[in-house]
Ligand binder design. Structure first.
Ligand SMILES: Cc1cc2nc3c(=O)[nH]c(=O)nc-3n(C[C@H](O)[C@H](O)[C@H](O)COP(=O)(O)OP(=O)(O)OC[C@H]3O[C@@H](n4cnc5c(N)ncnc54)[C@H](O)[C@@H]3O)c2cc1C
Length: 424
């Protein structure tokens, strides 16, 4: 049986796979993109209905195309984002084959390259780029109670308030997903408990510039690694309702019950750590430090941006912060559902090559894996903070395409004798 041969196989056609295809084409590298579902599937199917991009349209895009017909300062809805990548893929004529899952990749023992088993046959590839996403497998921590009376879902499964049974909701995790979902539930009239852990909380905008602009000019998108000890610090931002700063105290003043990190469940009760005030203080410190850095930047560069002293006003602590609730009786509080907004893990079980450390983390340098011919793209902090985001992945893909093109150039080299004998 003959198998199909490709030079470079890209697995996944989200934004990473589309960007990869563009740069490979620009470098003249023959390639094929396999997508088990459809282009930008996760934007369409794995996100809640009302989700809009966290960054404005002028920023959260690839350099070569604006969001057609959209105010650059608007926050596109998730379907618009998915449409954008479909249109982009069409424009660059990306060779994407949808509905084909990559099930196994193995290095060839008897020769170069990889044997790739897919749902549609076997492919021989000289190189494989893994563009299967930064958020592959929803993670629910082991503390989740074994309680049939509760509906428990991950944020990746949340769609809309009406999907949940009547009653109060506990949202665990207050990063961008948890904060937005909790807010939506509160506005829908639900009683909401929000379990808030350590977080960074940037201002949505300051002095007429969105925070994505500030992170850009201050060089903060380019930070190469998380500071030690901050690996579990999430970021709480939202483009919902036209874009507002995530303000947990304001949500509490509207009736949301803030609690600290969720510690565990026992005897029908949930316990929270006494760290709510500290977590909010940490978020405030980050928020104020960004305002300080922004002010210093304005002054140093003599920019004419309006002052905004009111941005420094932090609302008073609500009762749930000054008198923290450390235990809640689930039935007594009427909690009927829990949404675990607790993040994602990677799953490269299909990639059976020597490219992982002892904890299963990909080993790579700027996406170039330690297993020659294997590349990773789109992972959180692949090269820097921006790596898993729309605009950042495009730049990382360029580097990987350059690396592949350079390797192909080495392999294409022929010495004088080979050239003379016409061994091209
Ligand atoms: C709730 C949420 C909101 C976000 N908002 C923003 C935002 O506003 N702005 C921003 O810049 N970033 C945002 N992100 C981060 C990031 O942009 C998205 O996670 C984005 O989907 C990542 O794109 P990707 O192409 O790297 O991965 P994915 O979108 O996950 O695409 C990977 C693709 O690979 C396919 N695939 C996986 N395994 C296989 C296989 N074995 N064979 C074939 N195909 C496979 C999947 O079907 C999928 O289509 C958000 C993330 C989340 C979770």
């Amino acid at each position: 049986m003959t198998s199909e041969k490709v030079d470079t196989l890209v697995v996944g056609a989200g934004q990473a796979g589309v960007a990869m295809s563009e740069h490979l084409s620009n470098c003249g590298v023959p390639h094929l993109v396999l997508e088990r579902d459809r282009i930008a599937a996760r934007w369409r199917s794995d996100r809640w209905d009302s989700l809009v991009a966290n960054g404005p349209a002028w920023h959260d895009r690839f350099p070569g195309l604006e969001f057609p017909g959209l105010d650059p300062d608007a926050f596109p809805g998730k379907e618009r984002v998915a449409d954008y990548f479909v249109e982009y893929a069409q424009r660059i004529k990306a060779p994407i084959r949808c509905g084909v899952e990559v099930r196994k990749v193995m290095r060839n023992r008897a020769g170069p390259g990889f044997t790739v088993e897919t749902s549609d046959g076997v492919i021989e590839a000289a190189r494989v780029v893994c563009a299967t996403g930064p958020f592959q497998r929803p993670v629910i921590p082991p503390i989740a109670p074994d309680d049939a009376a509760l509906m428990q879902i991950h944020s990746a499964q949340y769609r809309r308030p009406a999907q949940l049974p009547d009653g109060a909701v506990l949202v665990v995790g207050a990063g961008s997903s948890g904060a937005q979902i909790a807010d939506e539930l509160l506005q829908a009239g639900r009683t909401v408990y929000l379990s808030v852990g350590p977080h960074d909380r940037p201002p949505r905008s300051y002095r007429n510039r969105d925070f994505v602009w500030w992170l850009g000019v201050l060089g903060l998108w380019d930070i190469e690694a998380q500071a030690p000890g901050t690996e579990h610090v999430t970021i709480a931002v939202s483009g919902a309702s036209g874009g507002k700063t995530v303000d947990f105290r304001a949500l509490a003043h509207q009736g949301m019950m803030l609690v600290g990190r969720t510690e565990g469940f026992r005897d029908g009760k949930v316990r929270f750590q006494p760290d709510l005030a500290a977590n909010l203080a940490r978020g405030d410190a980050y928020y104020l430090s960004l305002l300080d850095a922004a002010d210093a930047y304005v002054e140093r560069n003599r920019l004419d941006l309006p002052e905004e002293p009111e941005a420094r006003i932090i609302p008073p602590d609500p009762d749930c912060v000054t008198k923290p609730v450390l235990e809640v009786d689930l039935a007594g509080a009427g909690i009927a559902s829990i949404i675990w907004a607790t993040g994602f893990a990677l799953d490269f079980s299909w990639l059976q090559v020597d490219a992982f450390d002892e904890r299963g983390k990909p080993k790579h340098q700027r996406g170039v894996s330690c297993e020659p011919g294997v590349y990773f793209l789109g992972l959180p902090w692949l090269t820097r903070r921006g790596s898993s985001f729309i605009w950042g992945v495009w730049h990382d893909a360029k580097h990987i395409a350059d690396h592949i093109a350079t390797q192909r150039k080495y392999l294409a080299y022929r010495d004088a004798g080979e050239r003379a004998s016409g061994d091209a």
